[in-house]
Design a protein around this ligand. Structure first.
Ligand SMILES: [Zn+2]
Length: 259
């Protein structure tokens, strides 16, 4: 499959996945809706900004890194290993990297100011999955060049990983009601809404937990899983800080903390 075909497949899969969950959470809700049109507008505005900037900044940056920052060919890993094996290893390593990067966004104040824009959302649904400050998207793409260069990850693998992460984010932010008999076993392997909503609980100790993106195992392995169980009336957001309008949020990382 060519890169163009992979990119088209990524856009089609993520778009269709988003529409399915956007409709599903209006048919079978887990929590009562609190979303307002201004909120949908600012979440959509941030997505639009990223969609415009991605082909101009993020995609060329990743392509440049894949082509120029190869540290060394990991012969030890690739020798005797089928392409599918290397693909799975790369996806797992990139997912682990995303977990630690997410922890870093919560750990370091300068990074938190970018990531806080995502957390200020006071309700969760599919639109929360695309609500990220452009600065965070660009910084994440830049830092992701580290594992990409160390593993000599091909661009096709990065595109497959991006598809998985985006679909995972839409799923675990969504307000879809999933029967416990399905979500329970699923959560052993993947990050589900019941896991990720706790990460958005407006209580600092819960916000600083449950960092995993796709595989839920990382929070158990690295001891960051919260014991809190999701409830339908759980307050979502950042403890002590309220959400703002689109332009205030865009400027928030460059202002005094919490304003
Ligand atoms: Zn977070």
């Amino acid at each position: 499959m060519t890169l163009e075909a992979l990119l088209a497949a990524k856009a089609t899969i993520v778009g269709a996945w988003f529409v399915c969950f956007f409709i599903a959470e209006r048919i079978a809700r887990a929590a009562p809706p609190q979303g307002s049109y201004p909120r949908l507008g600012r979440n959509g505005g941030m997505w639009l900004l990223v969609l415009i900037a991605s082909p101009l900044i993020v995609a060329p940056l990743t392509e440049w890194g894949v082509n120029h920052l190869i540290w060394r060919r990991p012969e030890m890993l690739t020798s005797g290993m089928a392409g599918a094996g290397m693909l799975i290893i790369s996806l797992v390593v990139l997912d682990c990297w995303t977990y630690w990067l997410h922890r870093a966004y919560h750990r370091f104040p300068a990074m938190w100011r970018l990531h806080e824009v995502h957390h200020r959302d006071e309700f969760l649904d599919t639109t929360s999955a695309v609500r990220f400050h452009l600065g965070e998207v660009v910084l994440s793409a830049l830092l992701r060049l580290i594992p990409i260069s160390l593993l000599a990850t091909p661009l096709s693998t990065v595109i497959i990983f991006e598809t998985l992460v985006l679909c995972g984010a839409v799923f675990h932010h969504s307000n879809v009601r999933i029967p416990p008999v399905i979500e329970g076993p699923l959560a052993r392997l993947f990050v589900t809404p019941s896991i990720h909503w706790v990460h958005h609980h407006a209580v600092k100790s819960d916000t600083d937990s449950n960092y995993a993106a796709v595989l839920s195992v990382w929070d158990r392995v690295f001891r960051s899983k919260s014991p809190t169980k999701r409830t339908v009336d759980m307050k979502i957001g950042v403890e002590g800080i309220e959400d703002k309008g689109f332009f205030s949020l865009m400027l928030a990382p460059f202002r005094k903390a919490g304003t």
